[in-house]
Design a protein around this ligand. Structure first.
Ligand code: PLP
Length: 407
């Protein structure tokens, strides 16, 4: 008898963004005249940098000719891209990461989801609250939790990220084995300092734990004192895997390219307690189950690191950060406490009231879509996330409407 994976039944039925879409559709059906401005889902809105488009066109032309055609590529990514990443993102910042430690993929979402396949079933897993839902749901699917009660799965350790700790949780007092961290954070936009990350690295060493560090929003860091990578912290290469993505960095959400760093020194342990390197395991998984990112897309990603690409990407993200600054300014002026938006495209606003009610009020009275914090976890209650991913004109208009409703 073919049987289902019953762990799927534990998943919470309504996915946050489909619930939001349903409410927006109902509102649009009632008010077809309303022009809705979306500052909800974290998707970029501007076209790809021209350096990337030029590189992609050239690569497509190469694919048309037998002499330059490429079939299956290396699953881990072409050398030209792995070399460019190692140089630009790491060695130029004084971090030693070798190209062979970089695995190019089609998304940080898939990688943060798939990586847990390398680990034992009976791990103690720690996740931030609020959280990017993929970390939680994939562990539920894998059977590492019991049922969800009152918004929390029994069996997970939740790392509360609240106003009290400036939305940056410290290591827990209890031992955990696998730790998900994300900075700059989605949804809060909070960032972690060297000292805060050092505490996590020290904890991971002391407890023989592993950190999964999601740096998908690294390109939005403007404060030079903040670490862009966990490998800026001494000893992190032994205890951390890092995820990066071109999605938000360079507008690749529909183009698909990301990368995961599994350093040679990074280890986990077998049942006998013997240290085992993780890079060969991920290499095995990646080459067995993944066919590589397409050649034109990898050429487009490589172009992000050219001088032209860097200037365009910086301008692109500066534009989103200017939106974020305006959101911070206007919402603060309305009297709301908030975090994020300075080194992140997300602003996390303390509403002081039920987050779905607040969301509904902004939708119905201002025709502006935000994201209710409760959708990211119990600590998200009483907050909303506003995303800076939209045109400046629309952000200005949305904030004017919000000011009329809340002012
Ligand atoms: N990690 C975080 C924290 C995200 O917010 C997102 C997308 O919203 C991703 C990963 C997904 O990145 P990608 O588009 O590379 O799959």
């Amino acid at each position: 008898m073919i049987r289902i994976n019953e762990h799927y039944a534990k998943l919470q039925a309504s996915y946050l963004f489909s619930t939001i879409a349903k409410r927006v559709n109902e509102f649009q059906a009632e008010r077809p005249d309303a022009s809705v401005i979306k500052l909800g889902i974290g998707d970029v809105t501007h076209g790809l940098p021209t350096a990337c488009i030029k590189a992609m066109h050239k690569a497509i032309d190469e694919m048309a000719v037998d002499a330059s055609f490429r079939g299956y590529g290396p699953e881990q990514g072409y050398d030209f891209l792995r070399d460019a990443i190692a140089r630009h993102d790491f060695s130029e910042r004084g971090i030693s990461i070798q190209p062979e430690e970089i695995f190019v993929s089609d998304g940080a979402k898939c990688d943060t989801a798939n990586i847990q396949e390398l680990f034992a079933q009976d791990l103690r897993v720690a996740v931030p609250d609020p959280v990017y839902p993929v970390y939680v749901d994939t562990n539920v699917m894998a059977g590492r939790t019991a049922n969800c009660e009152n918004g929390r799965y029994a069996g997970l350790v939740y790392l509360d990220s609240t106003e009290a700790n400036d939305y940056v949780p410290a290591p827990p007092s209890e031992p955990v084995d696998l730790i998900y961290l994300c900075f700059p954070n989605n949804p809060t936009g909070a960032t972690a300092t060297h000292l805060q990350l050092q505490a996590w690295v020290d904890y991971a060493k002391e407890h023989n734990a592993l950190i999964l560090f999601d740096a998908a929003y690294e390109a939005f860091i403007r404060d030079d004192s903040l670490p862009h990578s966990i490998y800026e912290i001494d000893g992190a290469d032994e205890v951390a895997i890092e995820f990066r993505s071109f999605s938000k960095t360079a507008g690749f959400t529909g183009t698909r390219c990301a990368y995961t760093i599994v350093p040679n020194a990074c280890r986990a342990f077998d049942t006998a307690g013997k240290s085992q390197p993780l890079r060969p395991l991920w290499n095995r998984r990646h080459t067995t189950k993944f066919n590589g990112v397409s050649y034109p897309v990898q050429r487009a990603a490589e172009a992000v690191f050219s001088a032209e690409g860097q200037a365009q990407v910086t301008a692109l993200n500066d534009g989103y950060l200017a939106n974020a600054a305006l959101i911070r300014e206007k919402m603060s002026a309305l009297g709301y406490a908030l975090v994020g938006g300075e080194n992140s495209p997300y602003i996390w606003i303390k509403t002081g009231q039920d987050s779905w009610d607040f969301f509904d009020r902004l939708l119905h009275d201002a025709a502006v879509v935000t994201t209710p914090g409760a959708g990211f976890g119990t600590c998200g209650e009483g907050h909303i996330r506003i995303s800076a991913f939209n045109s400046h004109t629309k952000v200005v208009e949305a904030l004017d409407r919000i000011a009329k409703v809340l002012g």
